[in-house]
Design a protein around this ligand. Sequence first.
Ligand SMILES: *Cc1c(COP(=O)(O)O)cnc(C)c1O
Length: 443
Amino acid sequence: MKRADIVTLDKRHVWHPYTAMETYIAQTDPMVVVRAEGPYLYDADGRRYLDANGSWWVSTLGHRHPRLVKALVEQASALAHVSLAGITHEPAARLAEELVAIAPGAERAGLPTDQRLSRVFYSDNGSTAVEVAIKMAAQYWAQNGRPQRTRFITLSGAFHGETVGATSVGGVPLFREVFGPLLFDVVHVPSPAEEGGWERAFAAVERTLREQGDTVAGVILEPVLQGAAGMQLYSPAFVKAVREATRAVDTFLIADEVFTGLGRTGARFAVDLADVVPDLLCLAKALSGGLLPFGATLATERVFSGFLGAKDRALYYGHSYCGNPLGSAVAREVLAVYRDEDVLGQVARKSIRVKAAFERMASTVPGLVRPRALGMVGAVDLGGGGYLSHGGWRVYEAARRRGLYLRPLGDTVYIAPALNIPDEALDELLHGVEASLREVAGS
Ligand SMILES: *Cc1c(COP(=O)(O)O)cnc(C)c1O
């Protein structure tokens, strides 16, 4: 099919995510991608683009990593799908064992059994991985003597996904305001990434737990890096302090590592930077290497035990595709590639260059503020315009002309490329970002 025909059909019928459709239909000439390989996207005009955000943060091993494709094809030829209700299969069972073996705290001697992340509940994406954690926490307290514990503490700027539950614990006003009447009650505390520092945010958490801990089912956070808020970084000391405070009143800590999990920050999990073991850990995105939707929620043995006993104590929850054999097989191969290609080691080496490049840009390109970087994330702001500002989109256009797909978060220009991006491609990316920023700054 010709490029123009695809665009015509698209504009007639496809409703795009996070897109003002009137403007899109009238003005946008979308990229029509026909192929993707490693860090690159190829469009219908034969142009090549560096994928600066790993296709919304999922493609951490590059597009179509040969080993992942092979694992997918082999699994598809044997068992593509079966429900996980009263049935099990090797990929789901083995993946669960492998996730538990690398989970935060797995190697910590002396960690009590009930605090170990030893159980894996599968779902199909990041939002559902969070939804599962919310329901587990709420139901745990409902049937284990603390039914008044129904509220969650969440951070300003938090992003936990798109379902109504995940939106309820979100903290980006633009994404929640219109649904206000539908959302459940949460306690918002300042983000530890805001001015005032993590201590101010922690004081709010601590006070809420001390005064209202009887009503709090858990604290949910994106450890160390709030992605959708605009790549906001904060100190691991906050995560550690929240862990201690939740233990003091015996409530749950939910770590949403849908974005940070599996190496994005340089550590295997961002909670590892704080040496913290949460009660619930949400994974998706990198877990299936950008091949297909897949999610998992890890729970401690204690949380799991709270659902044993009579039938009405079970978690009545499950998606059609949970534990899907294709996703499970690919996720196992993702973990194997991480081991065999020393992906965390690669991040450690490359992250130094990402950080240096963003610092250099901020000091040489006029108008840039707050350069920041951690692991394979680098970001800088064009003033303080926020999510609906246009500056980032002007950089996006400049970058696109240079063969870079650099979708901004409002006025935040950032990269979150494949963790195994080859060195030459990383150089090309960093130079392209700098040149695009310079072009917009100078116009
Ligand atoms: C992307 C994201 C989600 C939602 O994941 P989906 O797979 O898009 O539903 C949840 N939490 C965080 C931290 C994310 O970055």
